[in-house]
Write a protein that binds this ligand. Structure first.
Ligand SMILES: [Zn+2]
Length: 209
């Protein structure tokens, strides 16, 4: 259990921790149980996704890829499994006034270590790919707040406070900073990244793999 997350979780009305032997799909069943209770709710699912080592994150029955490099298969299988889990989340929410915000806290790099390919945290190997994460918002058909489009400019999750505020429709009294969901948002052009634990660098300064 991650200490930061357990601290956050203590602020919730309902908290469920999965067992390490369970896979991400288990959270969908738990989410469905919470959905049966009345009232509006914010549900946070902390999934493993493709976190290293990605080969541990899906059941054997969900294996799909079998190429020449086993680590690539593990990673691709984990993406395939996450796609399956997200599909189940959409299915559970499609007839509700619901929305899903999805993002990763970090990505992985693919490097060869001792003659073997591995997918790992980028500590000591800061590359652009380690900071490029998937992020999207999905709205069910019944949701009245749908905003469709793509943000083409560089965006950083450090701005997610504003984004989540606007996504949840929270209005603050003070003039709040815009997000991509409101008008007036502008990319800062470059952002700091903390890939090597201690020292911040600029995304624009990083090389590609
Ligand atoms: Zn991590």
């Amino acid at each position: 259990m991650n200490i930061g997350f357990s601290k956050l979780a203590r602020m919730a009305d309902v908290v469920e921790f999965g067992d390490t032997s369970e896979y991400d799909e288990t959270l969908v069943g738990r989410m469905e149980a919470v959905l049966k209770t009345p009232g509006r709710k914010l549900i946070i699912l902390h999934i493993r996704g493709s976190h290293e080592p990605p080969g541990n994150n899906y059941p054997a029955a969900m294996r799909k890829f079998s190429g020449d490099i086993r680590e690539d298969d593990y990673y691709d299988d984990s993406i395939h499994y996450t796609d399956y889990v997200i599909g189940k989340i959409f299915k559970a929410l499609e007839n509700r006034r619901a929305s899903v915000l999805y993002y990763s806290d970090h990505a992985l790099i693919r490097v060869k270590t001792f003659g073997k390919w591995v997918y790992k945290h980028a500590v000591g190997h800061a590359k652009k790919e380690a900071a490029e994460i998937p992020m999207w918002i999905w709205w069910a058909d019944k949701s009245k707040a749908q905003r469709l489009g793509t943000v083409e400019d560089l965006y950083c999750t450090e701005e997610n406070y504003n984004l989540v505020r606007d996504w949840l429709g929270i209005k603050t009294k003070d003039a709040s900073a815009p997000s991509p969901l409101t008008s007036g948002w502008k990319s800062k052009g470059d952002y700091p990244v903390w890939i090597s634990n201690s020292k911040a660098t600029r995304f624009g300064e990083l090389d590609r793999e």
